[in-house]
Design a protein around this ligand. Structure first.
Ligand code: SF4
Ligand code: F3S
Length: 201
């Protein structure tokens, strides 16, 4: 068993939950936090901390939130670890009572280990632990994030991705969370609407 962050957290991110977790197993994306199911020790401390009751035990989820077990597991491999509370998202109070927020996550989780779900009309971004990023067969070497010019990086993505097509972001390991976050934020900001994330083994 593990605890799961559900849909209510999307567009809010109050982050009271992360302060109490004894094993620091929360991970943060642009719109949402997740719990790593293999790191959660099931202590239950975080559940009452969330002001909008977004955290539930996986065996107590309402039926329409069961898919968040898989969403937490997949995104925990891509998002960045968060261990300290921060300001909620600016519109958190406006979004806290909205029910249908999964559409704002804007990411489909592809559970298929093979590439068979990737259609001919797919953009593919491969992000490897060894520092390589491959965007539609063009290979780049990742250096320090801080020393990379943002405009050059964003133009590289725009030059190599077809906006009409689905984007499949494949991430290996945890070393490049910062890059995965940066790419996801870019895709959302630029309204690439159909994005899939896979974790490479
Ligand atoms: Fe962390 Fe405990 Fe919440 Fe799991 S149940 S996420 S270990 S505080
Ligand atoms: Fe989300 Fe609630 Fe934590 S809104 S960030 S689960 S406190």
């Amino acid at each position: 068993m593990a605890y799961v962050v559900t849909e209510s957290c999307i567009k809010c991110k109050y982050t009271d939950c992360v302060e109490v977790c004894p094993v620091d197993c929360f991970y943060e994306g642009p719109e949402f936090l997740v719990i790593h199911p293999e790191e959660c020790i099931d202590c239950g401390l975080c559940e009452p901390e969330c002001p909008i009751e977004a955290i539930k035990a996986d065996d107590e989820l309402p039926s329409d939130q069961i898919e968040f077990i898989e969403i937490n597991a997949k995104l925990a491999d891509v998002y960045e670890n968060i261990t300290e509370a921060k300001e909620p998202l600016p519109d958190a109070d406006e979004f806290k009572d909205i029910q249908d927020k999964k559409k704002f996550l804007n990411i489909e989780i592809n559970n298929d280990e093979s590439n068979q779900n990737i259609t001919e009309n797919s953009n593919t971004i491969l992000l490897y632990d060894n520092g390589e990023i491959v965007i539609n067969n063009s290979k780049f070497k990742i250096d320090e994030l801080s020393s990379t010019d943002n405009i050059i990086f964003e133009n590289t993505l725009l030059d190599n991705l077809n906006k009409e097509n689905q984007v499949c972001l494949n991430v290996e390991g945890k070393a490049y969370h910062e890059w995965a976050m940066k790419i996801m934020e870019f895709l959302q900001k630029n309204q690439f609407v159909d994005v899939q994330i896979k974790t490479l083994k």
